[in-house]
Design a protein around this ligand. Structure first.
Ligand code: NIG
Ligand code: FE
Length: 412
């Protein structure tokens, strides 16, 4: 099948994995097309006229698009908590009234509020709620989305969450899901010691996750109100020995986890709002991707992570929504990325890289994030004739359609 013509097609191919990028490094093909095979992989990309001639000659189906469109690789949101029940509007009101995120957590609210609601809900209702959020994500151009557990904190409820994510992946929503077990989100009150709970996670939850093949990724929240660095190191060493990839909620309020994430060769260290020059230096040459979560800065009214400094130092930077009921309730990857770009002075190239191939790298996925022969036919088409408008008009981004493995989903 041939898709096109697109007014502009940004391939994002042949770009460096790490460090700063300028827009001149973007490959922009004018009046372009892309071809894919029946399995949903890209077979050609280039000038539309050439591809059209070839398609006509070989009798290849053409999906003709008539309006001005800019095509990007399908967007990748590499950090979300979209599987949850209940609301935290009350937390939000308390924060607006001056209470801090950590104070609310210390008082037994925050994440525990969502845990109580998520434990109670049936798998069917949880699936419905999560599906709705993911479909909204798909409408916003996202074709790959990471989803964490972490609001169960018992074997039964964590497995319920991961099973819901697995079922939604099976449904095929036009958005490919990558699940992560975040049972080590916080210590639930039923356990008096962090280590007792982490041992329970290792023996009762992760062994099941592995056995049922529900996820191959494990996350931990390292923070004053969650797990300390030493306990997290103990836990992650065991987790790694079990064969899981790891990722860390790091330096959100205290700079205590970047070094651990880098030492442990975590796939990513996410948040980093309170990383200092020391942590930036750790991440600068690391394999670990630094993931910016601007929605969490906005949601708790805190500063943005030092994205500009990290890029200039040579780090691999991705941008994700952290979509969750507490710290980052807005979703909307492009709006968040656009806001981060304005405050941190990021180029379009740096933002697009951060929500495509660099975000895919954070998930350990090499088969997507660029428009190149052999990669998945995952695309997002925007209703504009100039790629620069995508961030410029972020709050009003108009996705025309997405394709997941070559299957089109038009925006409603
Ligand atoms: O990424 N920081 C820890 N976890 C989430 C928040 C979860 C919540 O507040 O429900 C985050 O910000
Ligand atoms: Fe998070």
């Amino acid at each position: 099948m041939l898709l096109g013509p697109f007014t502009q097609l940004l391939t994002l191919r042949n770009m460096p994995l790490r460090g700063a990028l300028s827009d001149e490094q973007l490959e922009v093909i004018p009046y372009a097309g892309v071809m894919c095979d029946e399995e949903g992989y890209i077979t050609a990309v280039g000038a539309y006229n050439d591809l059209q001639a070839h398609a006509l000659q070989k009798g290849i189906k053409i999906q003709t698009l008539v309006e001005p469109l800019v095509l990007l690789p399908g967007l990748v949101d590499c950090h979300t908590h979209t599987c949850f029940a209940g609301t935290r509007a009350q937390d939000f009101a308390m924060r607006m009234a001056g209470k801090s995120y950590l104070d609310i957590a210390r008082a037994g609210g925050g994440i525990m509020n969502t845990v109580r609601a998520t434990r109670k809900i049936s798998p069917e209702t949880l699936k419905e709620l999560t599906r709705t959020r993911l479909l909204r994500h798909a409408q916003e151009g996202i074709t790959t989305c990471e989803v964490k557990s972490g609001y169960g904190l018992t074997a039964e409820s964590e497995l319920k969450m991961l099973q819901v994510i697995a079922d939604l992946q099976q449904e095929g929503l036009g958005i490919d899901l990558v699940s992560t077990c975040l049972a080590a989100h916080i210590r639930p009150p039923e356990f008096t010691e962090q280590l007792f709970y982490l041992d329970y996670v290792l023996t009762e939850i992760l062994t099941e996750v592995k056995y049922k093949k529900l996820s191959n990724r494990v996350d931990i929240f390292v923070e004053q109100t969650a797990f300390d660095t030493d306990n997290a190191r103990y836990f992650l060493q065991k987790v790694q020995a079990m064969g899981f990839d790891i990722t860390v909620h790091a330096d959100q309020f205290s700079p205590i986890a970047s070094k651990l994430a880098v030492d442990m060769k975590a796939k990513s260290a996410d948040h980093l709002e309170h990383s200092t020059e020391v942590e930036i230096a750790y991440l600068a040459h690391a394999e670990t991707v630094a993931v910016a979560l601007p929605g969490a800065s906005l949601g708790v009214g805190d500063k943005f992570m030092p994205a500009r400094k990290l890029l200039d130092a040579g780090a691999i930077l991705a941008i994700a929504t952290d979509y969750n009921p507490g710290s980052a309730p807005m979703g909307n990857l492009l709006l968040q990325a656009s806001i981060l770009a304005m405050y941190e002075k990021l180029s379009s190239a740096e933002v697009f890289a951060g929500i495509t191939y660099r975000a895919a790298h954070a998930l350990g996925l090499q088969d997507r994030g660029v428009i190149e022969v052999g990669k998945r036919a995952d695309f997002a088409a925007f209703r504009t004739d100039d790629y620069r408008n995508i961030l410029y008009q972020a709050a009003n981004n108009k996705v025309y359609a997405t394709w997941s493995k070559g299957v089109m989903r038009q925006k409603a």
